[in-house]
Structure formats: structure tokens, C-alpha cells
Design a protein around this ligand. Structure first.
Ligand code: UT7
Length: 340
């Protein structure tokens, strides 16, 4: 009997979308007691993109997905699973944003669902896509991280409104037998004992929609900023050291380190702890802010569109978010180089 070739999951393509409207630090200075200098010094963020009133999470997800499908050189009809990571879905909680995106893309009769893992959502999806593909159940999985974070931000709370932005990123993950273009490993984890660090209290079964909930601002994201910051540095660093060690890879072998874009100081601390050079660390937080589940794919798209990301490049992803959740991934980029 001929030996069956092992099947791997390959990160085949990337696409992203950032809404047209930009919210600058100078504009925020007129909204809350803050300054461009403080925001730059404490976060590295200069501006963030904000979706139009009638532009929804699914609309941004569709735009990113269309690019990813086109760049994967496949027809939308070859997609056999659609997954969306978001904490700002079109609807709380039916129908899923993945279902709406599938419909807008013209993808029908295909399994579609959302996951909620906050900023770790995209790497969580990667782990799900990898499992579906390696088990032989699916062949081309469309994964999307999309957020209209402005829909849950309180623009009178200076602790959060300076950080978050809107956007989407998407990727096609496909089956391959070529190990040189495969996702090598993914570590994903969670610790619910820190659930109160990042929370949107309402609507939900604890605080169903009510006038009181709205009056108390429970529909806005609440964050224990400094506590989250400290834990983020510790967890992101530990996570990366573990995945590199587990796969016998040295940090100098990484071509692109793409951490969650939450705060420049977190990224710098993790990069320094690993001894990574400036060229290895991808930085987009200055122009997009923290776009939660969209942050990692938007950053991957940035280096793809600027021609820095090439087929076969060794990429390390590292993320951290509400839940608390965290995840890291090691992969060889399996897509075609940017041609235009
Ligand atoms: O994506 C999920 C993961 N999320 C994160 O990783 C976010 C992590 N957290 C952060 O990025 C940072 O904690 C912040 C940027 C949110 C805050 O920076 P910080 O260095 O942790 O500041 P802090 O919260 O300890 O506050 C220091 C001071 C306080 O004033 P006092 O008490 O020292 O007088 C704050 O009231 O800075 C004040 N402050 C501000 N001042 C000007 C807080 N926000 C602002 C602001 N402008 N926007």
C-alpha cells in the first residue's frame, strides 16, 4: 500500500482593510484630557482608523477577505469553512458575523461561525483552521479578524479611547503536502481568573440590555490598563520563549516577529527580552492603534503590501487579549510574493 503523504496547513494569503476616517491624537485632545505627547510616549500611537456609522464589522471583514481570496489564487467556491474572530460583532449574538460575511461574499452552504477571544482571536482561528485542515476535514479555510471597536469605546474615558481603532484582516489557510510552506506550531491558552481585566459588561446574561445598564455605561469596554500592561509583557515574552524552545528555533532565525499591536512599550519590552533587532519586529500600532482581533492580520498585510514578506519567510506571531487569552504561532509564509 502506498504511504499517505502528511497534510499540513499553509498560510496562503493575507488581506486587510482600514476604514477611511482617521482619528488623530490632536483630535482626541479636544475630546478628553490628554495630549499627543502623553499618548505617543505611553503607547506609540499617533492615529487610528474609525469606521463610518453605516460601515459594520462584516463590511470591513468582507473587504479584507476579498483581497485574501484573490491573493490565494482560488475561487470563493473553493472555501469550505468561514471563521470570524470579533468582540464587536454586527449583532449580539445572532446571526454570527461569519454568516453575514459569507453571504456578502456569495459563499453559501459552507460552515461558518464566530469565536470570541478578543485580541488573540486571529491566532486562535489559525489554530482551528490548522486542526480542521490537518485532520483532512477541510481544504481552504477563510479566517477573518474584524473589529468595529469604536462601537464599544467610551469617548469620555481617556484610559481606553486613545488606544483602540477599527479594521479587519483576513487570510486563506490551505492544505499542502510541502512542509516548507507550512504552519509549524501554534500555542494557544487562556486564564479566566483575570476576566475582569478587560470586559464589556452589557449586553449579556449578567447585565441584559436595560436603561440602567446604558445609563451606567456598561455597554462600553472597561480595562484595567496598567495591570493588563504588566501581564501582557510577561505573558507575551514567556509564550514566545516557549514556542521557540519547543521547536528548536533561535530568535535570530525569525524573519518577522509580529506581536499584537496594543502598545509600543509592550512590543519593545518583548522584542528586547528576546534580543530581536528593529528589522525583525513589525510595528503598525502608530497608525492603526489597537484593533483587537484585526491587529495581527493588519500587520501581516502591511509587510506583505510593502514587499517585505516573501514566500518561505519564517514568521512568529504573538498575541494577548481579554479573557485573558494568549497565543503564539510559528509558520513559513506560504503565499505568493506581492506582485504590484
Ligand atoms: O489589547 C489587549 C491588551 N491591552 C493592552 O495591552 C493595554 C495595556 N495597557 C496600556 O497600554 C497602558 O496601561 C495604558 C496606555 C492604557 C496606560 O498607560 P500606563 O503607563 O499604564 O498609565 P497608568 O494607567 O498607570 O496611568 C498613569 C497616569 C495616571 O495619572 P496619575 O494617577 O499618575 O495622576 C492616569 O490618570 O496617566 C494618567 N492617564 C492619562 N494621562 C493623559 C491615563 N490615561 C491618560 C491619557 N492622557 N490618555
Amino acid at each position: 500500500m502506498p504511504q499517505k503523504m502528511p497534510v499540513y496547513a499553509s498560510f496562503r494569503s493575507i488581506g486587510a482593510y482600514a476604514p477611511e476616517m482617521i482619528l488623530t491624537n490632536e483630535q482626541l485632545e479636544t475630546m478628553v484630557e490628554t495630549s499627543d505627547e502623553w499618548i505617543m510616549k505611553r503607547t506609540g500611537i499617533k492615529e487610528r482608523h474609525i469606521a463610518a456609522k453605516d460601515e459594520y464589522t462584516s463590511d470591513m471583514g468582507v473587504k479584507a477577505a476579498q483581497k485574501a481570496i484573490q491573493r490565494a489564487n482560488i475561487s470563493k467556491d473553493e472555501i469550505d469553512l468561514v471563521l470570524c474572530a470579533t468582540v464587536t460583532p454586527d449583532y449580539f449574538n445572532m446571526p454570527s458575523t461569519a454568516c453575514i460575511i459569507s453571504d456578502k461574499l456569495g459563499i453559501h452552504d459552507v460552515q461558518a461561525f464566530d469565536i470570541s477571544a478578543a485580541c488573540s482571536g486571529f491566532v486562535y482561528l489559525l489554530s482551528i483552521a490548522k486542526a480542521f485542515i490537518e485532520s483532512g476535514v477541510k481544504k481552504n479555510v477563510l479566517i477573518i479578524g474584524a473589529e468595529k471597536f469604536s462601537s464599544i469605546v467610551d469617548y469620555t474615558d481617556r484610559g481606553t479611547c486613545i488606544l483602540f481603532g477599527d479594521g479587519a484582516g483576513a487570510a486563506v489557510i490551505s492544505a499542502t503536502t510541502d512542509k516548507a510552506e507550512a504552519i509549524i506550531d501554534i500555542h494557544a491558552s487562556a486564564d479566566g481568573s483575570y476576566a475582569d481585566f478587560l470586559v464589556t459588561p452589557s449586553p449579556g446574561s449578567v447585565h441584559p440590555a436595560s436603561h440602567e445598564a446604558i445609563d451606567e455605561g456598561l455597554h462600553f469596554v472597561k480595562m484595567k490598563g496598567n495591570e493588563t500592561f504588566k501581564l501582557a509583557v510577561k505573558t507575551l515574552t514567556k509564550d514566545v520563549i516557549e514556542i521557540l524552545k519547543h521547536n528548536h528555533i533561535a530568535s535570530e532565525d525569525i524573519k518577522h516577529f509580529i506581536p499584537h499591536q496594543a502598545n509600543y512599550r509592550i512590543i519593545k519590552a518583548v522584542g528586547d527580552a528576546l534580543g530581536l533587532s528593529k528589522e525583525q519586529v513589525v510595528l503598525t500600532v502608530q497608525k492603526y492603534g489597537n484593533t483587537s482581533a484585526a491587529s495581527i492580520p493588519m500587520a501581516i498585510n502591511d509587510i506583505y503590501e510593502s514587499g517585505r514578506l516573501k514566500k518561505g519567510d519564517l514568521v512568529l506571531l504573538d498575541t494577548f487579549g481579554g479573557g485573558l487569552t494568549w497565543a503564539s504561532a510559528l509558520l513559513y509564509f506560504g503565499g505568493e510574493d506581492q506582485k504590484y
